[in-house]
Design a protein around this ligand. Structure first.
Ligand code: BDR
Ligand code: CA
Length: 309
């Protein structure tokens, strides 16, 4: 199985991504680490522990990471994910403890100890990963690749050009993007195609196990946020689950290799992912950008993963 560390900020779509990953036999999940993003770091850590309890995986170490972005105050997404970060869904009381180590130290240790290079799935701001790469640069060779949800090729969701995960910590994202580690990017350009339609929520609910019921309830909260948005999507965007979907079934996607950098200074453009479409800047491509997803195949995969509970 693929050795994997999952760095996230749950978050409704992070929770759904975890639900897809936690019972997938294709993964050997070494740890879940949390970042500050959708909610404050105490809440994202607590949510990760509750989700592990709900999903019967209290064996996986869970560690909290950086309490704030590298350079700027934290911005959260309470209007999308609610006051707890998981909509209005209440989860069972937590039966596990966070790891004593900080997320960044834990990832470093696991990279050192693993016999094989480890894949990192990153579905929140990249603060922890930037701290890891800056503190232990020699561990880069221990990372097979970083598959991340973040960025956008055309049009953001926080500002006209910036996507939330990159916007929260652009300096961290730039460190990761220019690190030389192999990168796969699931940006808004593909995650806005990874939609769950309103009528598909009942297919999730009909699986009728505790995890599927919680996911359906979270989708009930999350769906109207998307449907109300002026972008005019017909369903709810499964941003973070796209990362897990690529790891499980890359054949569901099309991709292009390009150079991408993050704007950390712009007056209007801070947090923008700048993609070089024609190789004009002479920089070698550093990112495999996911461009298209087979939506029907994605929904089938989501249901298959949720059926395992
Ligand atoms: C990203 O921002 C968060 O709100 C979601 O969890 C996702 O990771 C989408 O822009
Ligand atoms: Ca997220």
């Amino acid at each position: 199985a693929l050795p994997l560390i999952f760095d996230c900020d749950p978050g409704i779509d992070d929770a759904i991504a975890l639900a897809m990953a936690l019972r997938a036999p294709q993964f050997h999940l070494l740890a879940i680490t949390t970042s500050a993003g959708n909610q404050t770091p105490d809440k994202t850590l607590h949510n990760a522990l509750s989700l592990c309890t709900l999903m019967g995986r209290t064996d996986i170490p869970v560690a909290g990471g950086a309490l704030k972005p590298l350079m700027h105050p934290l911005v959260i997404a309470e209007e999308v994910h609610g006051a707890t970060g998981l909509g209005t869904t209440t989860l069972p009381p937590v039966t596990c403890q966070p790891a004593a180590e900080n997320a960044v130290a834990l990832i470093a240790r696991l990279l050192q100890e693993s016999a094989e290079p480890v894949t990192l799935a990153v579905t929140g701001p990249m603060t922890n990963i930037a701290l890891l790469l800056s503190s232990w640069p020699h561990l880069k060779s221990r990372i097979a690749r970083i598959v991340f949800m973040g960025g956008a090729i055309h049009g953001g969701n926080v500002t006209p050009v910036a996507e939330f995960n990159i916007y929260v910590d652009p300096e961290a994202a730039e460190i990761v993007l220019q690190s030389g580690v192999p990168l796969v990017m699931a940006g808004l350009n593909v995650t806005h195609q990874a939609l769950v339609m309103p009528e598909e929520v009942s297919l999730v609910r009909a699986l009728n196990n505790p995890v599927a019921r919680a996911v359906a309830e979270m989708l009930d909260f999350y769906m109207p946020v998307y449907r109300k948005h002026p972008r005019g999507l017909q369903g709810a965007a499964m941003h973070d689950p796209a990362v897990v979907a690529w790891l499980l079934q890359p054949e569901l996607f099309l991709s292009e290799k390009r150079w991408v950098g993050v704007e950390t200074q712009g007056r209007y453009t801070r947090g923008m992912t700048v993609m070089d479409p024609f190789g004009q800047n002479g920089m070698a491509p550093n990112v495999e950008i996911l461009t298209q997803i087979n939506r029907a195949g994605f929904i089938e995969l989501l249901l298959d993963c949720l059926r395992r509970y």
